[in-house]
Design a protein. Structure first.
Length: 341
């Protein structure tokens, strides 16, 4: 007899569909690049205190290299413990998203670890399959969906090294366990491929759409997307950018959702905030250098605020690019209300 398909808690599914802020959780390290448990715990508490709706752990911002350093389970476990303590103290239960990396056998094994630790969804990064056939990747996603509900992830090609077209996403949304998709190709054409696939697959009422397009966060959240008689919205964000200035992100998201749900006109001020946030992201994510310093940039902002001891990454080569610190200085001065941590 087949095992029942794992289900997402109905309350969490409803909140996921309504739209929440989910920061991609960074990794706290000491100067010798060992795991800094104290600062990691503090960072998780900071996000929860900011009012986020969920946490994504074990993702790109957490550094994919945690796997080769034996940190995958410890890092996910620590965040789960903090989330549990938060609930026990009366806080709302965050939607816990575990980053899962292919290929298929590894992805299923990581999903099993996350399920054991109480995570709600698996965010599957398809770069782990390298140049495998699309059918192989889809079979792997389906295997993960047999362990945990799936949060799909279109990782930008600058990091994922691969593009996926409409036909792939149309088959992707036919996988029964898919409950959300993070659309993050940093490309409007590719973003619309995913949205249209969800609509044409008849999953618009079931699959929550989340922006991961750090260059177009506000634009994604305010834009109605119409296909025939169906209108869909990108309702929330799962973003590395929201790992900094998180309290401001929660306020901005809440304001946008209130405007969208009420049908009110979007003020020009909100559009201006969108442009400002893109400017912030250009420095933090190191756009000038092909996103090389994106993780170090997030860590650098958090270290300046005292939430991390430094901006170190597990890989010493993954560091700030020349001139990136100065670029971050500029946006911190220009937009303090967007990056205050």
């Amino acid at each position: 007899m087949a095992s029942p398909r794992p289900r997402l808690d109905p309350d969490k599914h409803a909140r996921l569909r309504d739209g929440v802020v989910i920061p991609a959780h960074p990794l706290a390290l000491n100067a010798d690049r060992t795991f800094d448990v104290e600062r990691q715990e503090g960072l998780t508490r900071y996000y929860l205190e900011c009012g986020v709706g969920g946490l994504a752990v074990g993702v790109h911002t957490t550094q994919f290299a945690i796997r080769s350093h034996g940190l995958y389970r410890p890092v996910l476990s620590l965040a789960a413990q903090q989330a549990s303590a938060w609930r026990a103290a009366g806080g709302p239960a965050p939607i816990m998203v575990a980053g899962v990396l292919g290929p298929s056998e590894q992805a299923r094994a990581e999903a099993q670890v996350a399920a054991e630790l109480g995570y709600d969804l698996a965010l599957v990064a398809m770069n782990g399959w390298a140049d495998a056939e699309e059918s192989v990747i889809l079979d792997g996603i389906a295997a993960v969906a047999g362990v945990l509900p799936v949060f799909g992830f279109y990782l930008q090609p600058a990091i994922g090294r691969r593009r996926f077209g409409f036909d792939f996403w149309r088959r992707f949304v036919d996988i029964d366990g898919v409950r959300a998709i993070k659309v993050a190709p940093f490309d409007r054409y590719a973003t619309l491929d995913v949205v249209r696939a969800v609509v044409e697959g008849g999953r618009a009422e079931d699959i929550a759409l989340y922006t991961g397009n750090d260059d177009a966060i506000v634009a994604d959240l305010i834009t109605p997307l119409r296909y025939g008689d169906t209108e869909v919205r990108i309702v929330g964000g799962l973003l590395g950018q929201w790992a900094v200035g998180t309290a401001a992100a929660v306020q901005l998201h809440r304001r946008i959702r209130e405007l969208v749900v009420s049908g009110a006109d979007i003020p020009a001020e909100v559009l201006a905030l969108g442009a400002a946030l893109t400017d912030v992201n250009s420095a933090v994510f190191d756009v000038a250098n092909g996103f090389h310093g994106s993780v170090a940039g997030i860590n650098h902002v958090l270290a300046r605020a005292g939430r991390l001891r430094g901006d170190w990454c597990l890989d010493p080569a993954e560091a700030l690019s020349p001139g990136q610190a100065e670029a971050i200085d500029r946006v911190l001065r220009a937009y303090p209300e967007l990056v205050a941590t």
